[in-house]
Design a binder for this molecule. Structure first.
Ligand code: FES
Length: 322
């Protein structure tokens, strides 16, 4: 456990497989063969890369397998170096520091599911389809990618689940068209889970606008574009930390996280852009100005927690359980 109460350890890369063009799947085990913490579909892991960025990857193996974790990583040429480091340095027998798992994309019980994946966004949905199948739910998966060869796990999904899986390689069929599937709620009790590039997520949000609240859940590994462009931090406010007994001032262009850290209060964080959920903190009092890409609308409205790396306070005073 680390100071934030999360599991953190160095694991062994027990297996490495090329599962699509530019996608490598890694199976991680404890070097001493110990069980790893339990997880549920939708969970992700931090890889704490040597002298490099910390990156989040969804667990895509079998939650019942406590001896190993599996992730799949796309080499992102325009990325910030994390995926290249994974591809270039994590070979079988090497070790990697991990933290988590953490889940902000949990699969809720439902009679029907529509899963929508774009590219490497298939990873969190893979164990979800297995869970939906095991629960006897009625489910479909729409899975789009640049080419068939770039779509990790496409063949195994199609051969295991037949016409429940609709594969849409862009070079053969064009972009994934959500309209036929999302123009109207597909009956009461249908939940939609979507993970992929920002345009796909926004298309799903647009198409589900008239669905019952909470029907659509999305997972982002990049900040929402509407959040990234929002002006934030133009006002200072008072910050009270109840457990530390401190009263601080959050200056206009400084984050809550950096303010807390500068005051010597230990706080766990990773992405610092509101996507990973590591810095989620309980709010005692104050109206939060949310700027993260993790919390649902209901969770934002409840005001119970906030991501202190990006979110701020609308009023003059914020009280946190820190
Ligand atoms: S550090 Fe990732 S959400 Fe705040």
């Amino acid at each position: 456990m680390n100071p934030g109460g999360e599991y953190e350890d160095t694991l062994l890369v027990a297996r490495r497989e090329e599962v699509a063009s530019d996608v490598v799947a890694l199976t991680l085990r404890h070097p001493a063969g110990r069980d790893l913490p339990a997880w549920e579909p939708g969970a992700h892991l931090d890889l704490v890369l040597d002298a490099g960025p910390t990156r989040q990857y969804s667990l895509c193996g079998d939650p019942a397998d406590r001896a190993s974790w599996r992730i799949a990583v796309l080499r992102a040429p325009a990325g910030r170096g994390g995926s290249a480091r994974v591809h270039d340095t994590l070979t079988e027998g090497s070790t990697v520091r991990v933290r988590g798992p953490r889940n902000h994309f949990a699969l809720r019980p439902a009679a029907r599911y529509l899963f929508i994946a774009g590219g490497i966004g298939i990873t969190p949905l893979l164990p979800m389809t297995a869970a939906a199948e095991a629960a006897g739910a009625d489910w479909r998966l729409l899975y789009g990618g640049r080419t068939r060869a770039s779509m990790a796990f496409a063949d195994e999904l199609a051969s295991a689940h037949g016409d429940k899986v609709r594969l849409v390689p862009q070079d053969e069929e064009g972009l994934l068209d959500l309209a036929p599937y999302l123009t109207a709620p597909a009956g009461p009790g249908t939940l939609v889970y979507c993970c992929g590039p920002e345009p796909l997520l926004q298309a799903a949000e647009e198409a589900c606008r008239d669905w019952p609240e909470g029907s659509l859940r999305t997972e982002r590994f990049q900040p929402r574009t509407d959040e990234a462009g929002r002006e934030s931090g133009s006002r200072a406010f008072e910050l009270v930390l109840t457990r530390s007994g401190l009263t601080l001032t959050v200056e206009p262009e400084r984050s809550v996280l950096r303010t807390v850290e500068a005051a010597g209060v230990p706080v766990l964080y990773s992405c610092e852009e509101g996507t990973c959920g590591t810095c989620e903190t309980d709010v005692v009092e104050g109206e939060v100005d949310h700027h993260d890409s993790v919390l649902t609308d209901e969770e934002r409205a409840s005001g119970e927690t906030m991501m202190i790396c990006v979110s701020r306070c609308r009023g003059p005073r914020l009280v946190l359980d820190l």
